[in-house]
Design a protein around this ligand. Sequence first.
Ligand code: FAD
Length: 286
Amino acid sequence: MKIADIYKQNKRSLSFEIFPPKKDEELRSIDETLEVLCELDPDFISVTFGAGGGSNCNRTIEIAKKIKHRYGVEPVVHLTSLHYDREEIDEFARVMEAEGIENILALRGDRTPKLREKNDFTHASDLISYLSENHDFCFLGACYPECHPESDGKISDIKGLRKKVEAGAEVLLSQLFFDNEKFYGFCEQCRIAGIDVPIIPGIMPVINAAQIKRMLSLCNASFPDRFTRIVRKYEDRKEALFDAGMSYVTSQVIDLLASDIPGIHIYTMNNPVVARRICEGICHLV
Ligand code: FAD
């Protein structure tokens, strides 16, 4: 099933993101994660893609196959393009088609000095335009409520996003954020710019101190005072921080649901306990 069709039925979606384990011995744990996640009856599960190749890319497709064929849930394959040429992208598309995978989160991928960039795809919009010529995938795209780190500001970021939607992205999945007001403002700016596809908020439960430090260094997300107070108070007490983080994320999701957003996409970090706790907290609201 194509993910865009969910929203055409005016249905509100629940979805999860997982990542392929790096080590062979962790591969079994992904089955345990999927067992629990699929019991929560998501509309789709997206699987991240390691930029620049390696065995993890094949793992992405292997895991997506499993989600579809073993668990009967629709997978979305993340596909980055900056470090691939057209032939390599054609090969990924061929494998996905052969497996009946219909949905791609089309991405440019992050710039990194470790990986050589190829010149066929500069933006996710180029990947979407190229693949739409010969294939029938449903394309999702990434969006950034607090701007992509490389952008010159909100206006140019939203102009770039509009090009992605004009190229054929039918659904947008957002970067994580902790302040819902930033997301609401961003959605409003998208509507003004004529972007009228569903924008699904990406929600990251923050439940341990190391993760918070990583978030601070990696993404543009701002931390509201309420969130910072919780972290400051409980960062040295593991269980307390877990409880406070779960409570924060649940209240964030409840507020989003009350604001009529089209769905919720949870970055599970392969932690099914966290996903289950959130779902239990909102079971009568979705
Ligand atoms: P683009 O769409 O190219 O956007 C990058 C910047 O260029 C933005 O500022 C945008 O406004 C601008 N822009 C876009 N199109 C145009 C255009 N046609 N002309 C001019 N400007 C334009 N990375 C991974 O390596 N693997 C993953 O699995 C992965 N999953 C992700 C999932 C989500 C939901 C998100 C939000 C990000 C994910 N990323 C992943 C990170 C992503 O690869 C990086 O953020 C990357 O730097 C940008 O990718 P993009 O597809 O948004 O790029």
